[in-house]
Design a protein around this ligand. Sequence first.
Ligand code: NAD
Ligand code: DAU
Length: 342
Amino acid sequence: MRGMRNILVTGGAGFIGSNFVHYMLEKYPDYRVVVLDKLTYAGNLDNLRDLEQEPRYHFVHGDICDIERVEQVMREYAIDTIVNFAAESHVDRSLMEPGAFIQTDVVGPDVLLESARKFGVERYHQVSTDEVYGEILEGRARETDRLHTRSPYSASKAGGDLMCLAYFTSFGVPVTITRGSNNIGPYQYPEKVVPLFITNAIDDIPLPVYGDGSQMRDYQYVLDHCEGIDVVLHRGQPGEIYNLGTGVEVCNLYMAQLILQLLGKPQSLIRFVADRPGHDRRYALDCSKIQSLGWRSRHTFEEALEKTVRWYVDNPWWWRKIKSGEHYRAYYARQYGSRLQE
Ligand code: NAD
Ligand code: DAU
């Protein structure tokens, strides 16, 4: 892309977004990155605090659903590229309060797309998820497969994807979509299973494994995911969708056992608890399309997990603040209180 210089990263204070901001500023010395983030419970300026003195980085507090705010940012920073990470992202929370998911994950992309159309951007990239295919009991999902969403989270994300494709077809907005598998790595909010299990294990607190722990996920290192998005931004075709994962799945029980082993903690910390309603048993992606652009995952699951465990061991300042906060404690009690007592 010739004209890409001023990138708007929405949701850039979250887990993957903040990793992407670091990745892009480091890789492209002539790019400027503007983060627009609402700073929900999952948004955290600690994720970006080492960039405070970086002149090519700017932070704007705001909601992607607020069209005036979005247009103000587009104008002020002469934005030519939008990468949308902003979302309500946790499946368990979508089972508690679906409304926020519909707002941010469906209405949000619509507002951004409208702005992308008005300002004539070089690219609008939507960061989507493998969950839109629903559970894949056999084989691997391809980009052309039908969507079969089963949670309010995945249904909302599918709605966002469909709005993107509609803006490409109807108005010619140069849209690309990546559908990523589970990410792990630094700065992931400890509601998601891997940082939850690591930080619980460090403190000798039980690891709540849903059901029998046989569900399969493709856990990829977050910087591999960021690199895949970068490849699609620069080499992907407008109007196209790209699956983005390692193509290797592991079961949750193995993941929990490996975390305990890496930390030298007893396997007896594992607790089997009541399952997530509608729990998708397996996600699996066919990633040959993005591989044909030259992208490859750089980490195996074991390498990614080991790096992730090391980061949480080395950075208790980051997660202890979150876990001791009122919001997290209330969420934990609501989600796990009765489960762990049963
Ligand atoms: P996250 O929950 O860590 O971060 C989301 C960020 O979006 C937060 O900074 C939050 O403050 C911000 N945000 C929420 N609502 C907003 C709004 N209305 N306006 C502006 N900002 C808002 O999420 P994540 O895990 O980093 O996921 C990022 C994106 O990647 C999401 O779109 C998610 O669906 C997708 N994804 C995540 C994974 C994963 O494993 N985490 C895998 C595939 C795809
Ligand atoms: O697949 C991509 C998706 O991965 C992203 O789109 C989502 O934003 C992201 O949250 C993630 O969704 P999952 O539902 O797969 O992630 P989560 O970390 O919540 O759960 C991973 C697996 O671990 C899943 O099978 C449920 C299980 N689990 C989860 C939690 C929180 C447990 O067994 N115990 C738990 O306490």
